[in-house]
Design a protein around this ligand. Structure first.
Ligand code: GDP
Length: 198
């Protein structure tokens, strides 16, 4: 898929105020600083559609972007910048859980994970919650340019191992990406395109 247009539509913290249109929607979420804004800008081919910032927790709203006039890319707030708390739900603001539980237009969530690190509890817990809530999602590993191929493979394998230990039957669909060099862009857009055709 080629992205010809990407426009900001609305920001809010209330799922009831999200766009009424019934277009397929894909939501991007991850720890603060995971590279979410950079990835959104990379895949849409815009330098500053999503606000990149070194300041964790700066974007605290649900942001809707209309892509090619026929689907929404949703930029959700980053999580886990304050402290890892015991209960997954307590680290996510209620409107984020509301979004996932109530938004009928949501086709697939994309959980972004920094490929450089060993599996993090907060990410595993969040995916656990998505699974329990029966919300379809994929994993996007970010910043692949920062480590070598062997490490990438071993970190992905570690995630797979942890997820299988957490009673997953298999690792969800995942993508390896780099906003620095565009790696993974075509594969990710082709995947979204495929879902849009369903
Ligand atoms: P967000 O808080 O998740 O939106 O993260 P940002 O997109 O603002 O990125 C956080 C930091 O990581 C910034 O300094 C980015 O330049 C850097 N970054 C993001 N993606 C990549 C990547 O793919 N490769 C490299 N090398 N740096 C990245």
């Amino acid at each position: 898929m080629k992205i010809n247009s990407a426009e900001f539509v609305i920001s809010n913290s209330d799922v009831a105020k999200c766009p009424k249109e019934f277009l397929p929607e894909y939501a991007f979420i991850g720890r603060s600083n995971v590279g979410k804004s950079s990835l959104i800008n990379m895949i849409t081919g815009h330098k500053s559609l999503a606000k990149t910032s070194g300041k964790p927790g700066k974007t605290q709203l649900i942001n809707h972007f209309k892509i090619n006039g026929n689907w929404f890319l949703v930029d959700l707030p980053g999580y886990g910048y304050a402290r890892v708390s015991k209960k997954t739900k307590s680290v996510f603001q209620q409107f984020i859980t509301d979004y996932f539980e109530k938004r009928q237009q949501l086709v697939c969530g994309f959980v972004l994970i920094d490929i450089r690190h060993e599996p993090q509890k907060i990410d595993l817990e969040f995916m656990e919650w998505l699974g329990e809530s029966e919300i379809p999602f994929c994993i996007i590993f970010t910043k692949a340019d920062k480590i070598g191929k062997t490490k990438i493979a071993s970190h992905v394998a570690e995630y797979r191992k942890q997820m299988l230990l957490n009673h997953w039957e298999e690792m969800p669909q995942h993508f390896i990406t780099s906003s620095e060099n565009g790696f993974g862009k075509d594969e990710l857009l082709a995947y979204i395109d495929g879902l849009n055709q369903d």
